[in-house]
Design a protein around this ligand. Structure first.
Ligand code: PMP
Length: 442
């Protein structure tokens, strides 16, 4: 390996691998491009009981009917053990795919089980879709901000992510049109648009009904495939459901669903709904990756869907998360009036614009020292923006802990503002690497 390659490898901020690693010079470029997600690196600290974690997106599954599940699982193993514990097909079990057709019906999707591929959570659907579409350097258009786990996958396949902004009504059609036109003019082909239209992670917003057909029309006109990631769509706090982009152009959209937020993430079952041709490739990619998705998980979920009132469970989740959302917004009103945020109507997250002068990434170690954790907005952009935002999740802590967490955060922000007022913020840099002058920090 020549010196410049070694230097560039050493320069890469990988979060893993150093000269102490004897195999350091053998890794593929894609591995060196991987970095520990900002959420992941926090888990160790955030999981300490004394820390109020507003960081992770872990669902609160305490309300699950554990006795029912225990009996159901015992019965399944007793009666169908050899089947449950055997390998299965790469597309996933037909009996679950048939149930998933029913699960998607309340949102208005009319699907055929043959067009569904079961994956190891929707995270793995993101992985195999990126694998089958992306060559190194290809362009993916994604919302700014975007789900950190998707950005990680896109980076691992060496994609070029081009962000398009969203506002309180979701992805902005004019901005999308402008970006696609510009990329076309530059001769850069866009492989797909990645969007989370419902109860966005991290922005908490949903795409308005008016914008949905506009976004689909723009993509159709520019011949851009849409990857619609929808793990939170059923968690609307007013029992509302929103039109999936998939229903507006079934051939032009790959739709991702998951049981992680509406049932339990431990089963690791999600799915991709796509047209016949894409599905055939997804099945091959799935077989390469896992041979067959978890039979145990799939058949357990199929049985749960058949024998339990799963919709009642989802309604319980909605009201529990709604109460936590209320606790979050009340606490923000009370303790952080100088910040601004959206009031999410579903899902897990509040996206908070921090007061002028605060750098959310730089402040994080001080926050965890003060026993509160969040995710800095920088995690949700491919290009380092986002230091003026933080994601606060309200899914996991109790309402009381949420209030206490926001109170602690307000103390940290207050002392941070005092420091900035007195000394400036040496850690805050503009894109050009020039320090931001103090006068702009107030
Ligand atoms: N997409 C989004 C937008 C998510 O928030 C998550 C989980 N946080 C996933 C996909 C992956 O979820 P899972 O693999 O558990 O289905």
């Amino acid at each position: 390996m020549n010196d410049s390659r070694i230097a560039s490898k050493l320069d890469a901020s990988t979060g893993v691998g150093t000269r102490l690693d004897p195999w350091f010079d053998r890794y593929a470029d894609r591995a060196l491009g991987m970095k520990q997600s900002e959420t992941r690196s926090l888990f160790a600290v955030a999981n300490r009981p004394e820390v109020v974690s507003l960081a992770g997106g872990m669902p609160n599954i305490e309300g699950l009917p554990l006795d029912f599940l225990a009996e159901m699982t015992a019965k399944l193993i007793r009666e169908r053990g050899p089947q449950l514990l055997q390998y299965g097909g790469g597309q996933g079990e037909e009996e679950l795919r048939e149930m998933i057709v029913e699960v998607m019906r309340p949102e208005g999707i009319r699907a055929h089980p043959d067009d569904i591929t079961i994956t190891t959570g929707s995270q793995q659907a993101l992985d195999i879709i990126t694998q089958i579409f992306i060559n190194p350097g290809d362009v993916i258009v994604a919302e700014a901000p975007s789900y950190v786990g998707a950005l990680g996958v896109f980076r691992s396949y060496q994609a070029n992510v081009v962000h398009v902004p969203l506002d309180k009504d979701g992805l902005i059609p004019d901005a999308l049109e402008e970006t696609l036109t510009k990329l076309e003019r530059e001769g850069r082909e866009v492989k797909f648009l990645y969007t989370v239209p419902n109860f966005h992670n991290p922005a908490g917003v949903s795409m308005s009904p008016e914008r949905r057909p506009q976004i689909v029309e723009i993509c159709e006109r520019h011949h851009v495939l849409i990857l619609e990631d929808n793990p939170y769509g059923m968690l609307g706090f007013n029992d509302q459901t929103m039109t999936p982009l998939q229903t507006l152009n079934p051939d032009g959209v790959i739709y991702l669903g998951s049981f992680s937020k509406t049932f339990a993430p431990g089963y690791r079952v999600g799915w991709a709904l796509a047209n016949h041709a894409v599905t055939q490739r997804l099945i091959l990619a799935n077989e390469n990756a896992v041979l067959s998705p978890t039979k145990m998980g799939q058949l357990s979920i199929a049985e749960y869907l058949r024998s339990y009132d799963w919709m009642a469970q989802i309604k319980e989740y909605r009201s529990m998360y709604r109460e936590r959302r209320d606790a979050m917004t009340a606490a923000l009103d009370k303790y952080l009036p100088q910040a601004s945020w959206n009031v999410p109507e579903g899902g897990f997250y509040t996206w908070v614009k921090v007061p002028e002068g605060i750098d959310a990434k730089a402040m994080l170690p001080r926050a965890t020292t003060n026993l509160v954790a969040y995710v800095s907005g920088t995690a949700f952009y491919a290009d380092g923006q986002g230091g003026d935002h933080m994601r606060l999740s309200f899914c996991y802590p109790t309402p009381e802990r949420i209030e206490e967490g926001v109170r602690r955060l307000s103390t940290v922000i207050k002392s941070e503002l005092e420091t900035v007022e007195m000394f400036g913020n040496p850690e805050r840099h503009t894109d050009t690497g020039v320090e931001t002058p103090n006068s702009n920090l107030r």
